[in-house]
Design a protein around this ligand. Structure first.
Ligand SMILES: Cc1ncc(COP(=O)(O)O)c(C=O)c1O
Length: 410
């Protein structure tokens, strides 16, 4: 408790109170600095990080990069759509997972989500498939896996590459298998607030040698390192992770199981504690899944709770719990960049690509996204952390209960 106002201080991902950073990272950082080699082209630590990461998930190839956004960019670049082709993705996600589609000349086509899990489903994806669909991206939102079986079946049947965005879901499992091993490519983020962090950073994984080769090249300005007659083979960027970042990543990866275990244990306690609060239900997860609780989301049914979502969030905030109503506030397609198609110069490319002449405009109309609208109207996002104690969990649960039972009535 803080002395002045009886508010409990919760560990936060924003600083060392909620980040598992210590001697393990320092030892490796020291080692790296002593080598004097800070770039991966000549160093060993990025390669070691990639090897340990792919080994952990039993995948053939993993490549480290500079962010989760870069990881999504790599995945799209590996699939190599033509300008104006379509990539189906979710209406609730981070903008970094969307702008990279457009940088590759493709168009984000949004599909609706299940209102209680906030995740895309095979049904919502299928409705958006056209003969221009070049990839599907699924995002395991807040650490809850998507219902993967029908999604994998759909993508296989239609021969569409499947990308899993695991930025929020490291180590989550579905039917006993870890997410990131279902699709053709998976992507990860190690930004400050993720289950493991390097401040900024990312990773891609695949079992496909051709996709792996293209991602390796895209990270390296498409320079054919190691080839007999190397050249810059195609348009690409420098997305290389550096050795210092990888040193932190290696230490963080070793701690990941512990982080996930602690988050699951405190989440289980929280689920039990909030089970009889009227109008409150945890984010829905598939039956045979084991989520990893990047955040803990609850659906608030305002009419049963008889309190508004905003009032609940306000009351929790006043008690030091930074609960956010509605997550991103509005569907991604209503953000200015997409709504007004603010892309390159005044071209609105790739939306205006000539190959799309005669096609109907992309559907960014909220009324065709009832699941998304409902999800965003009812979700309360509660920060979650591996350093929460039982006392922290009880404090959050008690405050949620108080905000509803003792709150201002609708
Ligand atoms: C689902 C998802 N995808 C992609 C990203 C982009 O990752 P980064 O911020 O590391 O670029 C994020 C970031 O939070 C994310 O949550």
């Amino acid at each position: 408790m803080s002395n002045q106002d009886n508010k409990m201080q919760l560990p936060t991902e924003g600083d060392i109170s909620g980040r598992d950073l210590g001697n393990e990272e320092l030892t490796l950082l020291h080692e790296v600095l002593k080598t004097g080699i800070l770039w991966s082209v000549r160093g060993k630590y990025v390669h070691r990080f990639e090897e340990e990461f792919s080994a952990r998930y039993g995948m053939k190839y993993a490549y480290a990069c500079t962010s989760g956004s870069a990881a999504v960019h790599l995945a799209i670049a590996a699939i190599d759509p033509n300008p104006g082709d379509e990539v189906i993705t979710t209406s609730i996600t981070d903008m970094g997972a969307l702008t990279t589609i457009m940088y590759q000349g493709a168009i984000p086509i949004f599909c609706d989500v299940d209102p209680d899990s906030y995740n895309v489903t095979a049904e919502t994806i299928e409705k958006r498939i056209t003969n221009r669909t070049k990839a599907v991206i699924v995002t395991h939102l807040f650490g809850i896996p998507c219902e993967m079986k029908p999604i994998v079946e759909l993508c296989k049947a239609r021969n569409i590459p499947l990308i899993e965005d695991c930025a929020q879901a490291l180590d989550a499992t579905y039917e006993g298998k870890v997410v990131g091993t279902f699709g053709n490519i998976s992507t990860f983020s190690f930004q400050q607030g993720k289950h493991m962090t390097t401040g900024e950073g990312g990773m891609v994984m695949t079992n496909d040698p051709e996709l792996a080769r293209r991602m390796f090249l895209f990270i390296n300005k498409a320079w054919g390192y190691g080839d007999p007659n190397p050249d810059h083979y195609f348009l690409a960027l420098n997305y290389r992770m550096n050795e210092v970042t990888a040193a932190v990543g290696i230490a963080q990866l070793a701690k990941l199981s512990g982080v996930v275990k602690r988050r699951r244990a405190t989440a289980a306690r929280f689920i039990e504690k909030i089970s009889n609060i009227p109008g409150v239900k945890p984010q829905k997860a598939p039956k045979n899944s084991s989520p990893v609780y990047w955040k803990f989301c609850v659906n608030i049914d305002e009419s049963t709770a008889k309190t508004s979502l905003n009032d609940i969030a306000k009351s929790m905030k006043e008690n030091g719990i930074f609960a956010a109503p509605r997550y991103i506030g509005k569907p991604s397609f209503e953000c200015k960049v997409l709504r007004d198609k603010v892309t390159m110069g005044n071209s609105s490319w790739p939306f205006t690509d000539l190959s799309r002449k005669g096609l109907p405009p992309v559907d960014y109309d909220r009324k065709n996204f009832p699941g998304t609208t409902k999800a965003l109207s009812q979700v309360l996002v509660i920060p979650w952390n591996e350093f929460y104690t039982d006392a922290h969990v009880d404090y959050i649960a008690d405050n949620l209960r108080k905000a509803i039972m003792g709150g201002k009535k609708l």
